[in-house]
Design a protein around this ligand. Structure first.
Ligand code: NAP
Length: 310
């Protein structure tokens, strides 16, 4: 397959356009999700040549991993699929706490393996930092799992620059997953430079700002999920944000491309951004997002988009 990108220092290579699956069985994130549509999203991705699937224990919880396991089995096995999942949420009597202790992470990997119906996970991330565990110790546990063949690459997510430096003390971190999109550019300050300098792949989450950068919402669009409270989607700020997206839409239309794909292409030209995991609620969004790979941005377009969102 063309355009394969390596993930960090690992042996994994992926199509730079992957699939985020928090809307596949993520009943605790989006209300009224249809599981068969979720399965179709994953089937469509695999059939279209997307080989980087991003899930987590907490999407559902558990259900996103289970649905992916079912579809991968139905499709005849994992082949060249790169399955990424995450753990750190410990649910005790209905309350959720983060746990990065070696014992918890080892259990988390074993449980994810069962739900995914597989005997190894390509990329396992510590989903969120906890308060107690030294980060090098947590990553050390993942290194042991890697040496044992249970996981193939090590990821951390939602880590600050200090936590990332500590986690990567021995150079074991392959991938950092953090929030990053044209509206949320804090990562440009220290996380992106650090990952570029240290051979770590940076996988941005919310690359489409939960759909806002997709170019199809208007000031009258309403939301019944987490976006109803997301500051980007409130009042005057929402209207100003839509105006920015409209400017990207003009650039996209002049190129015969779609807004979402211009936005995704804008990220992919950056040093450590090797792959993206836009989410999809419908199968057609999955195939559409592959068109990102056909978008070539000029230096001038890159600069204009940069300035719109400064
Ligand atoms: P996102 O990728 O920013 O936005 C996805 C949404 O954009 C879709 O659900 C769809 O929403 C819309 N969309 C997708 N393709 C589009 C297109 N071509 N044109 C227009 N709109 C399009 O947000 P996300 O799915 O929440 O985040 C991506 C992935 O990151 C998740 O699935 C998850 O795997 C991961 N994630 C990780 C963390 C973490 O803590 N590590 C946190 C959040 C997410 P509508 O159909 O509603 O418009």
């Amino acid at each position: 397959m063309p355009n394969q990108a390596a993930l960090g220092k690992s042996d994994l290579t992926v199509n730079p356009i992957g699939l985020g699956t928090n809307a596949v069985g993520g009943h605790n994130i989006y209300p009224n999700l249809n599981e068969e549509t979720g399965r179709d999203v994953v089937r469509t991705a695999i059939e279209a040549g997307i080989n980087f699937l991003d899930t987590a224990f907490i999407y559902g919880p558990e259900r996103s991993e289970e649905l992916i396991g079912e579809v991968v089995k139905e499709k005849g096995g994992r082949g060249n699929l790169v399955i990424a999942t995450k753990g750190s949420h410990k649910i005790v009597n209905g309350t959720v706490k983060m746990d990065n202790s070696p014992a918890f992470l080892k259990d988390a990997v074993e449980s994810s393996l069962k739900r995914l119906q597989t005997d190894y996970i390509d990329l396992f991330y510590i989903h969120f930092p906890d308060e107690d565990t030294p980060k090098a110790e947590a990553v050390g546990a993942l290194k042991e799992l890697k040496d044992a063949g249970k996981i193939k690459a090590i990821g951390v997510s939602n880590f600050s620059i200090q936590q990332l430096k500590e986690a990567n003390k021995d150079g074991y971190v392959d991938v950092l997953q953090s929030e990053y999109n044209l509206f949320k550019r804090e990562a440009e300050k220290d996380l992106l430079p650090y990952t570029a300098e240290n051979g770590i792949s940076f996988v941005p989450y919310f690359p489409l700002a939960a759909g806002l950068l997709g170019g199809k919402y208007t000031k009258d669009t309403t939301f019944n999920d987490g976006r109803a409270k997301n500051p980007l989607f409130q009042g005057e700020a929402f209207i100003k944000n839509l105006e920015k997206v409209d400017k990207v839409k003009e650039i996209a239309e002049a190129k015969g491309a779609e807004t979402a794909h211009v936005v995704l292409a804008w990220y992919l030209r950056q040093d450590s951004i090797d792959a993206l995991i836009p989410g999809a609620k419908k199968p057609e969004q999955v195939t559409q997002n592959l068109k990102t790979l056909d978008v070539q941005l000029t230096e001038e377009e890159i600069k204009i988009i940069d300035e719109i969102f400064q």
